[in-house]
Write a protein of this length. Structure first.
Length: 288
């Protein structure tokens, strides 16, 4: 339990250091281009440690990378919507991020059910998305960045690196204790911890405008759903439990509903979050 707690603190410091460093700057484009590569470090740490742990470790890696979008788009989005109490106001960056995530998720299902080599299209989609994000990022000026507070972020990275191994070990032990697949435990538990930068960022960035708050929540989705699943498809092979497949589908549908809020003007995802979490829970109970 100590490893999970320390790991959570490391995840929080990632986004906190960035917020303090960029306190007086508008960082929407930064959040879409570079911020996700920092906030996905917890998933990267678990992914690497998991792959080298063996079969059960690979299951932990699979559950973690697929569970992160699910937790962000269900639990994180639900909390954010209860806090804001209004439909999402999308901008170009958020629409691009959500649409890329939906596209990549579509390629994920094609890769899993038809041919794993379609997963290459997931990476192609990410490259195109990052290219467009980079063009917008070039227009910004970040010469006034406060560099000293970035040590909070470096401190968080160090903690995650040191504790990632123990989080994998603890997850495998928990799975053995409860007699369930490690991927099931890691799908729910680890993303709740590793997604702390995304789940907490809207609140850490509470003094910023809504575009930056939503960017901090969803910007990581295209990266998490493309790079890691592609590596697993091509080099490790995937045997995914049915609740995890359902979780990916739920994440994708949530992204579609989130996009539609701008046109409908209705807070759809508050209702869908509750409904999908109930469905997932029922499927999970029957699976176990």
């Amino acid at each position: 339990m100590l490893s999970f707690v320390v790991f959570a603190f490391g995840c929080f410091f990632l986004s906190y250091g960035i917020d303090v460093s960029f306190k007086d700057l508008k960082i929407t484009h930064f959040l879409y281009l570079l911020f996700p590569f920092i906030t996905t470090f917890p998933e990267l740490a678990i992914f690497v440690y998991g792959i080298f742990w063996g079969i059960k470790g690979t299951e932990v890696a699979i559950g973690t990378v697929l569970g992160e979008p699910f937790i962000v788009m269900s639990v994180g989005l639900f909390i954010y919507k209860l806090w804001t109490k209004r439909p999402l106001k999308t901008d170009k960056g958020s629409r691009s991020s959500l649409l890329t995530f939906v596209l990549v998720s579509g390629f994920f299902f094609i890769s899993y059910f038809i041919s794993r080599y379609f997963s290459i299209l997931m990476i192609v989609s990410l490259v195109v998305y990052e290219y467009l994000s980079q063009k917008a990022f070039k227009k910004e000026n970040y010469t006034k960045i406060k560099k000293i507070p970035l040590f909070y972020t470096l401190f968080g990275l160090a903690i995650i690196t040191l504790t990632g191994k123990y989080v994998v070990e603890s997850t495998v032990s928990l799975a053995e204790y409860f007699k369930v697949q490690p991927s099931i435990i890691s799908f729910i538990l680890i993303p709740l911890i590793s997604s702390a930068p995304e789940l907490m960022a809207p609140f850490v960035f509470s003094n910023r405008d809504e575009t930056e708050q939503i960017a901090s929540l969803i910007a990581e989705l295209p990266i998490t759903m493309s790079i890691y699943p592609t590596l697993l498809f091509l080099f490790a092979g995937l045997e995914i439990a049915s609740p995890l497949i359902l979780g990916v589908a739920i994440s994708t549908l949530q992204a579609i509903f989130l996009i539609s809020e701008e046109k409908t003007g209705k807070n759809i995802t508050v209702v869908t979050s509750i409904f999908f979490l109930m469905v997932f829970y029922i499927v999970l109970i029957f699976h176990m």
